[in-house]
Design a protein around this ligand. Structure first.
Ligand code: HEM
Length: 525
């Protein structure tokens, strides 16, 4: 191949085939004569088309649209009184962090400013493996029974026949499942339209358990609070940007980092002992509820700075794979059933979306060596060399002390099991609605928000809710709002020209609290 015809790019790279051979003419297919058919021997051309045909991987089934970058997490406090996790007990220790923010319902080309919760997923590359925080920008969620998740998500996806979004389906679902109302209060406030991706808080939402060496634990909730305050858009601004710049969030993040205006955050933890959980008014495993800050104050433990734009979006963000089950020593999931389901769902979808060896992709690969008995499979590119693929006595893998040994059993041995006992009632419906479900939404409406925020909420809801065609769905959802506050419901009814309705009936708060306390365990719904 004549070297002077070789194409060179600005970094001096020479254009090659995928097997690395220089190519003299990338824009030409080999053919017979001037007008003849193409040649099967033209590997460059066939490989080019074949690779192009396979460029797309499945988009995320939810959270398909997003933006991301890199930076670091720094531990700022010693939390050894509540956990023995190495990172959280090493103030000053910094680890690399990758973040991906996202909207939830839309496709990968949808608008960044859609009214939707936002995903806030961070991968921390610690010395003890990757620790993923797969958070949202709201402290609560729509469901507490995970079996509802696919159904609820379907109501925001396209109708099977019309291929259109269907407001009736959305509100039909919500009005039948009123435990969603707390999230609906937040979603239709201005927090439902954040200003870009990086100017908002993130919340674990779920309760986790942070352990100490002696087996004791506290329940925790993590809050990641943006230093410069949670910035939002009005409904009108968000709507306008959806049309004029659907990639507003991606662009403002990229530009902020390029100009040195790095987004930064303080990380806080709320803690609750098992004893406190027994007495807590709400179920500690119910992620439709928040833990009041007064009762469970925010305790700082770290800071995060995102200061590095990606070089290649696909490799570094699209291929990132976050999972709430990617945990590190002394950090464990609680028995929250939604969290428990997520522990399965994310790695499952990653194997489908990215392949069985998704953990070996550079953005996902831990910085510490991985040693186990997983081998082979498509796209194995980090090998474990000659190490045996079973627990051999000749070259055995050793187990970390905390996790026990083959003889010594596992770490559960030392744990305080009291708060996890199985106490019967194997099946309990998590959908039961009680007065407890309306207390926190009511506090938002009547205590937290001012007049202007109340009016914005009514207008934001009305803008969407007015599109519902079914009178039955409208009345049912209005009865949910009436259970929060009659005035709230009446104002929305007026704004959409619907008749006013009475509150739906729910079991009393006292009965619900008594029931749970009589059963004796906060971990049982
Ligand atoms: C993304 C399932 C609830 C936060 C996803 C994905 C699935 C999923 C399948 C796509 C992941 C991927 O392709 O990489 C579920 C299920 C849930 C649930 C089954 C409940 C049963 C939640 C909750 C939160 C959350 C409660 C937050 C507290 C996220 C985030 C992403 C995501 C942040 C995007 C991660 C990324 O940027 O790659 N979820 N989810 N999800 N979910 Fe959930």
């Amino acid at each position: 191949m004549p070297s002077k015809q070789v194409f060179e790019s600005k970094d001096g790279a020479v254009y090659t085939t995928s097997n690395g051979a220089p190519v003299s003419e990338p824009y030409a297919a080999q053919r017979v004569g001037f007008h003849g058919p193409l040649l099967l021997q033209d590997f460059h051309h066939i490989d080019l088309l074949a690779h192009f045909d396979r460029e797309r991987i499945p988009e995320r089934v939810v959270h398909a649209k997003g933006a991301g970058c890199h930076g670091y997490f720094e531990a700022t406090h010693d939390l050894s009184d509540i956990t023995s996790n190495k990172l959280l007990t090493s103030p000053g220790k910094k680890v690399r962090a990758t973040v991906r923010w996202s909207t939830v319902g839309g496709e990968s080309g949808s608008a960044d400013t859609a009214r939707d919760p936002r995903g806030f997923a961070i991968k921390l590359k610690t010395d003890e493996g990757n620790w993923d925080w797969v958070f949202n920008n709201t402290p609560v969620f729509f469901i507490r029974d995970p079996a509802k998740f696919p159904h609820f998500i379907h109501t925001q996806k396209r109708d099977p026949q019309t291929h259109l979004k269907d407001p009736d389906a959305f509100w039909d679902y919500l009005s039948q499942n009123p435990e969603s109302i707390h999230q609906i209060m937040i979603l239709f406030s201005d927090r439902g339209t954040p200003n870009g991706y990086h100017q908002m808080h993130g919340y674990s939402g779920h309760t986790f358990k942070w352990f100490k060496e002696d087996g004791s634990f506290v329940y925790t909730q993590v809050h990641v609070r943006v230093d410069k305050g949670f910035k939002t858009l009005s409904d009108a601004e968000a709507g306008e940007l959806s049309g004029s710049n659907p990639d507003y969030g991606i662009q403002s993040l990229f530009e902020a980092i390029e100009s040195g205006n790095y987004p930064s955050y303080i990380c806080y933890v709320q803690t609750m002992t098992p004893e406190q959980a027994e007495k807590f008014r709400y179920n500690v495993l119910d992620l439709t509820k928040v833990w009041p800050h007064k009762e469970f104050p925010l305790r700082p433990f770290g800071k995060i700075v995102f200061n590095e734009n990606v070089q290649n979006y696909f490799a570094e963000i699209e291929q990132s794979a976050f999972s709430p089950s990617h945990l590190v020593p002394y950090i464990e999931p609680s028995a929250d059933p939604v969290l428990q389901s997520r522990l399965f769902s994310y790695p499952d979808t990653h194997r489908h979306r990215l392949g069985t060896n998704y953990q070996q992709l550079p953005v996902n690969a831990p910085i510490v060596p991985v040693a186990n008995f997983q081998r082979d499979g498509p796209a194995t590119f980090i090998s474990q060399g000659a190490r045996p693929n079973y627990q051999s006595t000749i070259q055995p893998l050793t187990y970390s002390g905390r996790a026990g040994t083959l003889e010594g059993g596992c770490r559960d041995k030392e744990r305080e099991l009291k708060h996890e006992n199985y106490i019967g009632a194997a099946y309990r419906d998590l959908s039961e609605i009680t007065e407890l479900d309306f207390e926190q939404p009511r506090a938002l409406w009547s205590k937290v928000w001012n007049d202007q925020q109340r009016e914005a909420y009514v207008q934001n809801v009305a803008g969407h809710f007015k599109n519902v065609k079914s009178a039955e769905v409208k009345a049912r959802q209005l009865s949910v709002w009436a259970a929060v506050d009659q005035d709230l419901s009446d104002r929305i009814a007026k704004a959409v020209g619907a008749p006013t309705v009475k509150p739906l009936k729910a079991k009393s708060a006292q009965e619900a609290v008594n029931f749970r306390h009589n059963i004796g365990l906060a971990s049982n719904f």
